[in-house]
Design a protein around this ligand. Sequence first.
Ligand code: ATP
Ligand code: MG
Length: 229
Amino acid sequence: MRRPRIGVMGGTFDPIHHGHLVAASEVSTEFDLDEVIFVPTGQPYMKNTVTPGEHRYLMTVIATAANPTFTVSRVDIDREGVTYTIDTLRDIRAERPDADLFFITGADAVAQILEWKDVQELWDLAHFVAVSRPGHDLSVSGLPESEVSLLEVPALAISSTDCRSRVGRGSPVWYLVPDGVVQYISKHHLYRATDPVTSTEPITSTEPITRTEPVATEPVDNHRVSETP
Ligand code: ATP
Ligand code: MG
């Protein structure tokens, strides 16, 4: 029997949008994957710059629920401290020792891989698949070609930063993010710039939970958080 082939899609997912989902779907088809595990990043240490992990986790669950091959992992949001891709992959590897892992990343993030923690070990843990993203060159320059594949995917000029900005100024995010995520954002009053910060509130609270910093700036990237020790 062949080894299971599992995609790992790390991201802040603040919020998850159709660019993430199309990337995962295309890689899944092209690389004949059995499953794609979405892994929302943890909360940056001592910083409140991203929406609480529980919200990002639930939005990711909602967005992926209809696809039987998409799953969501809590390994990063349940781990203390800064999220590094090496830790994500070690944890997934420990949970799925029998699988071949394929780490899925966009063209913007792959350009920074060499700055990631323990980069040499990354290549042992997973094969990397970099997908095209509007506004970013897709290239493996400087990266080992045998370890990183490039894949052109349908261009979706969507970013979480833009989605947050749109919600903040009252513009719609319908069709940029899955319908259930639009409703989740609305229900929990996420990304409303004027609301008070209540990031420690349980998510069942009716109080709004929002970011503490202006959302239009490029936030912590998924690999992040690039506080390389
Ligand atoms: P933010 O604007 O907050 O950085 P984002 O849209 O870049 O959000 P992330 O959660 O940072 O989303 O990205 C997770 C992964 O998905 C990264 O590898 C990123 O390159 C990739 N990605 C995000 N959006 C797209 C897109 N529209 N097309 C292709 N890949 C994407
Ligand atoms: Mg990003």
